[in-house]
Ligand binder design. Sequence first.
Ligand code: CAA
Length: 283
Amino acid sequence: MDIQNIGIVGAGQMGNGIAHVFSLAGYDVLLNDISQDALNQAIVTISHNLERQVSRGKIEQSEMDAALSRISTTLKLEDLGVSDLVIEAATEREDVKNAIFERLLPHLKPETILTSNTSSISITRLASRTDRPEKFMGFHFMNPVPVMKLVELIRGIATDEPTYHALLKVVESLGKTAASAEDFPAFIVNRILMPMINEAVYTLYEGVGSVKSIDESMKLGANHPMGPLELADFIGLDTCLAIMNVLHDGLADTKYRPCPLLTKYVEAGWLGRKTQRGFYDYR
Ligand code: CAA
């Protein structure tokens, strides 16, 4: 199947990054959200990030203009019926994702591949609620999407080979590298990354180090581009907590117990950069 029209559900941090890379690679993108403000903000963010690439000499101005001209937005989920490939990048909640699929499915072409950018929810379970488990896959981008080279591809138990191979080709066309992960809680990247972040929060909670010393230790001592607490703020503390809960529930091992301090920050609404406050204060 020829994949040209990409439908993206959710215009947030991940959705707009995904729209950015697909449009730059020559695909036609239709970005959907329930909020017009979110759609407007997504276009502002994409323009800003494309400009950044132009100013650093990574792309030409004409490529930026062409990419922007290939992105349309819509408040109507049913408009995604034209898509050859749909990527759901909505809130990381299973009930929200299931509700989106339920409303979207009657409008999709039978051959359309349906994917979720979920960072940890079972692909097999999401797929089982749709009419096309064989054409359903996990398609997990990393943040910031325009910069990070990896995309995790997760097959559910029913995903067929043509679907998997079609997505491998798509990843290649974006200039990114695919890592295939089996469908177990949090797949590969978050299975390893989140316990590290959670341990950094425990390190703070137990008074072993300060925010600054923990982050500096991992940046200068382990050559990480960001310290774990800075990275947690960047990802969103609610997302970090949600992924730890998926690991804890799904693998039933106390080593995945979310740090109480992480829970407390989320309860306070201190979710990191997006709320201007997390382990750091961005106000
Ligand atoms: N769009 C386009 N380009 C961007 C960008 C964006 N949103 N953000 C950064 N860039 C570009 C910059 O223009 C710059 O380009 P050049 O190399 O051409 O100069 C480059 O990326 C580096 O950016 P900066 O110089 O501004 O800043 P930096 O060197 O501190 O890098 C960073 C920023 C790329 C975010 C880096 O700190 C980093 O790699 N951090 C770790 C990110 C990470 O671990 N992401 C994975 C999170 S886990 C995840 O996403 C999975 C999940 O499910 C939770």
